[in-house]
Design a protein around this ligand. Structure first.
Ligand code: COA
Length: 277
């Protein structure tokens, strides 16, 4: 049974099913030195705008799960102090429960191989607005005087797994983002959004031109592509690596396109795209 004192936290993080017992066990044991170090790393970043994952010496995946659980209330307080509505805090932190469920599908066990991704949420500058998640960051490389000493501000766009990605949902979410960031971060004007994703590999839009994925990708100008052979397989099949591809289903058009390209000796890429807001 889940201890009642954790149920509010688990609701905030959308932690469900078998994951509740394992998360409760972590919270009910004293925090070890790895957790203490990881908590300190997250505390240092709260309210800053990091674009990379948090790091701490000698920490395990379990340490990070425990740390994310223990730190989430601090993010909630931080958001609240800045006038962010509780439902928006819950919307972004719910990614924790989703990622734990995805981990079970990928590895068949409790764990969080994407813990590094979740550390970004804990800095307090990532929000889910409608269908998409937005990460407010300062772009590296933009150092001209009129862009400010630290570079231009941009929104990194992320697509959580949560049903279809219709153009109407994307339109609605982008409109929400424009309004939200202008209101809560008026001193950090954003004129562009960026997306680094397997979904922006031009091969995909060429093969499935009518798909929601292609419609999403067409919104962006793809500035460059980099080899990332496993991402398309991971996000389509929730499998890490390229072993035993012949055992994977070929039921949807996406599944077929992903596997046929590899069958033909091709390699999937990540497209790095930009869109004006
Ligand atoms: C991105 C996503 C929401 C798109 O879903 P969608 O709106 O249903 O996609 P589309 O309408 O473009 O799908 C086109 C086809 O691909 C299939 N498809 C889409 N996503 C699929 C997935 N993850 N697994 C298997 N098939 C998928 C659809 O069923 C459809 O098949 P059909 O032509 O045989 O009917 C979905 O792929 C997803 O949840 N992906 C995981 C999250 C992700 O990749 N994020 C980006 C990380 S960088």
């Amino acid at each position: 049974m889940t201890a009642p004192r954790h149920s509010e936290l688990f609701a905030l993080l959308d932690i469900t099913g078998e994951d509740t017992a394992q998360c409760a066990a972590l919270l009910d044991s004293p925090a070890g030195p790895g957790v203490v170090r990881a908590m300190a790393a997250l505390r240092k970043r709260l309210g800053t705008f990091p674009s990379g994952n948090a790091k701490a010496e000698d920490t395990t995946e379990l340490d990070w799960i425990e740390t994310l659980l223990r730190f989430a209330p601090e993010v909630r307080e931080f958001h609240s102090a800045h006038g962010i509505a509780p439902d928006l805090t819950a919307a972004i932190l719910a990614d924790m429960g989703l990622q734990l469920r995805i981990n079970r599908r990928v590895h068949g066990a409790f764990g969080l191989d994407t813990w590094g991704w979740l550390t970004l949420h804990m800095a307090g500058n990532m929000f889910r607005l409608g269908r998409l998640q937005y990460h407010l960051i300062r772009e590296a490389g933009a150092k001209t005087w009129d862009q400010g000493a630290g570079g231009r501000w941009t929104l990194g766009v992320h697509i959580p797994e949560d049903g279809g990605l219709s153009p109407a949902l994307v339109d609605e979410s982008l409109a929400m983002a424009k309004e939200f960031f202008a209101r809560f971060f008026p001193d950090k004007p954003v004129a562009a959004a960026t997306c680094d994703s397997w979904m922006l590999d031009p091969y995909l839009a060429a093969k499935l031109p009518e798909s929601n994925i292609a419609s999403f990708a067409r919104r962006f100008t793809v500035e460059r592509c980099t080899d990332e052979p496993t991402d398309a397989v991971y996000f389509t099949f929730r499998q890490r690596g390229l072993a035993d591809l012949d055992k994977l289903p070929r039921e949807t058009s996406l599944q077929r396109v992903v596997l046929e390209r590899i069958d033909d000796g091709g390699s999937w890429q990540v497209g790095h795209g930009r869109l004006s807001l």
